[in-house]
Design a protein around this ligand. Structure first.
Ligand SMILES: *Cc1c(COP(=O)(O)O)cnc(C)c1O
Length: 217
């Protein structure tokens, strides 16, 4: 049996959503997995996402998982199903504006900085609280459905586990303050090929797996 089929089955049994990260992979590889039943695919670049969206079946749910510049939101707003990488109020407002232009509500995750290593991307819990306190309630064309984070790239699984637990803690705290009566705020997007088991143990609801199912990039 193909590796990806057993991984898809395993995640299904654990009730964890698989975002199949298809960046750099050819359309045939995506179609093969599509034919095996996978519908959610993740890309990290806008141009590549657009090309694949045009060419592939329209019932694919495309998730943008990489850094997004405000001036590119308009290209993906007509179809993107979830944006994992919201890390500023400015970006969230732009997504809201372009979603409104397309008569849509776009699901978004707040990308949180959880890694010890110095990563450029992601918000602190304080950043997130400031955004939720000030800008958020007026935005009717986005729906915040949870948080996303990336652990440090290290062999030290104790550290990775601690970082995932930190993200779960941030999720719980934001949920308690802002989303207690919003069942749709429920996603914790964490875990990649090398650390998804640790992420699931820490409470991940959505894993983003590329090389383990598509092969090395
Ligand atoms: C590439 C990428 C992944 C998948 O990485 P793999 O190690 O290939 O599973 C997950 N999340 C983000 C944000 C990525 O850019």
């Amino acid at each position: 049996m193909k590796t990806y089929l057993s991984i898809i089955e395993k995640l299904k049994a654990q009730n964890v959503t698989l975002v199949a990260v298809s960046k750099t992979k050819p359309q045939e590889a995506i179609l093969e997995m599509y034919e095996a039943g996978q519908r959610i695919f993740g890309e990290n670049r806008v141009q590549e996402l657009l090309t694949k969206y045009e060419a592939l079946p329209k019932d694919i749910e495309w998730h943008l998982i990489g850094h997004l510049q405000s001036n590119k939101v308009k290209y993906i707003a007509p179809f993107v199903s979830m944006i994992h990488s919201v890390e500023s109020a400015k970006l969230l407002k732009e997504i809201n504006k372009e979603a409104a232009n397309n008569g849509r509500v776009i699901d978004c995750l707040l990308q949180m900085k959880i890694a010890e290593e110095d990563s450029k991307f992601g918000m602190t819990e304080q950043d997130a609280r400031l955004l939720l306190d000030t800008d958020f309630s007026k935005l009717k064309n986005i729906r915040l459905v949870g948080v996303m984070g990336m652990a440090t790239f290290t062999e030290d699984m104790v550290q990775v586990q601690a970082e995932f637990q930190r993200l779960k803690g941030v999720f719980d705290a934001l949920k308690y303050t802002y989303f207690e009566n919003e069942p749709s705020f429920k996603e914790i997007s964490m875990g990649m090929s090398g650390d998804y088991e640790q992420a699931i143990a820490a409470g991940s609801t959505m894993v983003r797996i590329g090389s383990l199912i598509f092969g090395k990039r």
